[in-house]
Design a protein around this ligand. Structure first.
Ligand SMILES: Cc1cc2nc3c(=O)[nH]c(=O)nc-3n(C[C@H](O)[C@H](O)[C@H](O)COP(=O)(O)O)c2cc1C
Ligand code: SF4
Ligand code: SF4
Length: 226
């Protein structure tokens, strides 16, 4: 059985997974909701967080039992670090390909802006799977320096008066980091709660130093590992 999984905060990786799903004729599955961890070939789509793999994705890769695996990382035109290499190592399954796709940054409320044409070779590889070369890349020395805490300081989530305590944010949060619209220290600022709140009761704000960092020196590279 071939399966396509995704993790998504602000919805960009989900939309990219939906695009891949159409090309591959596989229904994308939210990896935070699946109870079945077996597959022949798996594709995992996830966003880059602080040049790292988001924690829920790490946990999922460790549980997944698959013969072959491919990864697609969406990143916000800053840096993708070495997430594909780390994901391939973590999995231990036969690595058949990877891609880092530039798109809008979650914290800048940008459009997705995928370059679909660049994905053709990746899609072809999944259709005709064989072992890929995972070229080593590097991440910045500070990438592993309390990344979630740094993000929590730079990005604030606030609840407004529209909240009706429906609990949907709590159900959707894979980190157990929110209750009735109030986040706690487990929050990784994925923004899924903000995206999914039916009342639009959650808002996020980036602090000035984060804005400076986010808008400086962007890059638009599609990186293929085949
Ligand atoms: C907590 C967090 C950290 C991020 N770190 C990076 C990063 O290191 N480099 C980058 O280019 N984009 C970064 N981004 C942007 C996302 O990788 C990018 O917007 C991604 O497509 C979001 O996917 P999603 O909407 O599926 O969550 C970060 C976004 C978040 C929420
Ligand atoms: S999903 Fe929105 S309305 Fe519901 S509890 Fe959370 S913040 Fe409040
Ligand atoms: S509380 Fe934090 S970790 Fe949970 S969904 Fe919201 S932003 Fe993501």
């Amino acid at each position: 059985m071939n399966r396509l999984f995704y993790f998504s905060g602000s919805g960009k990786s989900k939309r990219f997974a939906e695009f891949l799903g159409k090309e591959l004729k596989i229904e994308p599955e939210d990896l935070t909701k699946t109870k079945n961890f077996s597959a022949n070939t798996s594709v995992i789509v996830f966003p880059v967080y602080c040049q790292n793999i988001p924690d829920p994705v790490v946990t999922f890769i460790e549980k997944l039992n698959t013969d072959k695996i491919a990864f697609a990382a969406t990143y916000g035109r800053k840096s993708y670090g070495n997430v594909i290499e780390e994901a391939a190592e973590l999995s231990g399954s036969e690595f058949i390909g990877g891609i880092c796709v530039p798109c809008g940054h979650s914290f800048l409320s940008e459009p997705d802006d995928f370059e679909f044409s660049s994905v053709v070779k990746f899609v072809e590889r999944i259709k005709n799977p064989h072992k890929a070369f995972c070229e080593p890349s590097h991440k910045d020395f500070y990438a592993d320096l309390i990344p979630a805490k740094r993000t929590r300081i730079g990005v604030k989530i606030t609840r407004n008066d529209f909240c009706n305590n429906c609990g949907i944010c709590e159900t959707n949060c894979s980190m157990g980091a929110i209750k009735n619209g109030y986040t706690n220290k487990n929050c990784i600022r994925c923004l899924r709660c903000v995206t999914e709140c039916p009342q639009k009761a959650l808002e996020f704000k980036t602090l000035w130093f984060m804005k400076v960092y986010l808008t400086a020196k962007r890059k638009n590279e599609v990186k293929l590992y085949l």
